[in-house]
Design a protein around this ligand. Structure first.
Ligand code: UVW
Length: 354
């Protein structure tokens, strides 16, 4: 029996197979990789990641904290600046091992499809259930605890030892980030420089405004391309050296995720993924009262309906300046997430090669 009878309007559910976990990444095959490689002319690379301890503090999202590093243990001792001679008498080595408590969406990241699902009547029984891209179900395919006291996140002390619960308590299965990692993320990307057109004032960009930017800059986006949006946001945040002022963050361009014209363009363009250097790609939190509609409409369109991964908080300003000076917008992007089973997001260290 199929997992779903109804598919959301305008979605790609089923187009890439009944059990698909990759969405539009399916359109990045050998041809698209060759198109990306063909954009390499100078052999110059750009790192498109923030240091993962930025933006700093928990001001962008109070639920996402900076990474916490701890030394691992070695032979029962602190495994940092640790003399190997303890375990192997006569050894001269000095060793360090560590562990990290990492909010996967704190800094430069990819969102997995498991990050945003929706209430939707996929099985056609007249009652909406909680589902994700391609009809994968909350509760059976995407599992997590139903109570905070079972989540294992009350305190970092919960991570201190097996007896206190180091076991994972959630798993996004078919819509986790590991499928993206296994497929690989390498292909042609197209940079759209929104900051060059709108500056760093908060500007909500809909379909018409985006079309004008593409037109003005002579940018052509083709199916399978990865769309990369430069707004200047992470540059402004990083300039505050990890202590961002909460009042300074309502800046730079964001997409108007609810704009039907923008939604149509994303659907029709065939973009394989979208990444930006702002917090959520789209305007968030919503500026109006919600009535049976998503708070994150672009997330719903991309992650739930189309199978288009979203990248956020990338570091794009250096690349944008280089491409603008060179009169170019296309480049080779290499940006695999961590192959971390179960996770609904992942840090990424994207590399642009021009
Ligand atoms: C939220 O989860 C609010 O947004 P994002 O995926 O954009 O970080």
């Amino acid at each position: 029996m199929p997992r779903w009878r109804n598919r959301p309007e305008g979605s790609t559910w089923g187009d890439f197979g009944p059990d698909d976990r990759l969405g539009r990444l399916n359109t990045i095959g050998p041809e698209q990789v060759r198109r990306g490689v063909a954009e390499v002319r100078d052999g110059i690379t750009f790192c498109l990641s923030l240091p993962l301890d930025l933006p700093g503090r928990a001001v962008l999202n109070p639920n996402r904290l900076p990474p916490v590093l701890r030394p691992a243990l070695r032979s029962g001792a602190v495994g940092f600046n640790c003399d190997m001679t303890v375990a192997f008498p006569g050894a001269t080595d000095v060793m360090c091992d560590d562990l990290v408590v990492l909010h996967t969406q704190y800094s430069t990241q990819w969102d997995a499809f498991g990050h945003a699902g929706s209430h939707f009547d996929a099985d056609g029984d007249g009652v909406a259930e909680r589902v994700f891209y391609n009809g994968w179900r909350a509760g059976t395919d995407v599992v997590g605890p139903d109570r905070v006291d079972r989540a294992g996140v009350q305190s970092l002390r919960d991570l201190d030892g097996v007896a206190e619960g180091t076991a994972s308590t959630s798993h996004a299965g078919p819509v986790d980030i590991s499928h993206m990692a296994h497929h690989g993320v390498q292909g042609r990307a197209v940079l759209v420089d929104l900051e060059a057109h709108f500056g760093t004032e908060r500007t909500v960009v809909g379909g018409d405004a985006l079309a004008r930017v593409l037109d003005a800059d002579g940018i052509v986006v083709e199916p399978g391309d990865i769309l990369v949006l430069h707004t200047g946001f992470t540059r402004l945040v990083a300039a505050q050296h990890g202590r961002p002022d909460p009042d300074s963050l309502d800046v730079c361009a964001v997409l108007d995720g609810a704009d039907p014209g923008l939604q149509d363009w994303i659907r029709d363009s065939g973009v394989a993924a979208i990444a930006a250097d702002n917090y959520a790609v789209e305007a968030f939190p919503p500026a109006h009262e919600l009535h049976d509609e998503p708070a994150l409409p672009l997330h719903q369109l991309c992650l739930f309906r189309l199978g288009v991964h979203l990248g956020e908080l990338w570091w794009i300003s250096d690349l944008a300046a280089h491409l603008r000076a060179a009169g170019r917008s296309r480049f080779l992007l290499t940006a695999p997430p961590l192959r971390l089973p179960g996770a609904v997001g992942s840090p990424v260290t994207p590399i642009a090669t021009v």
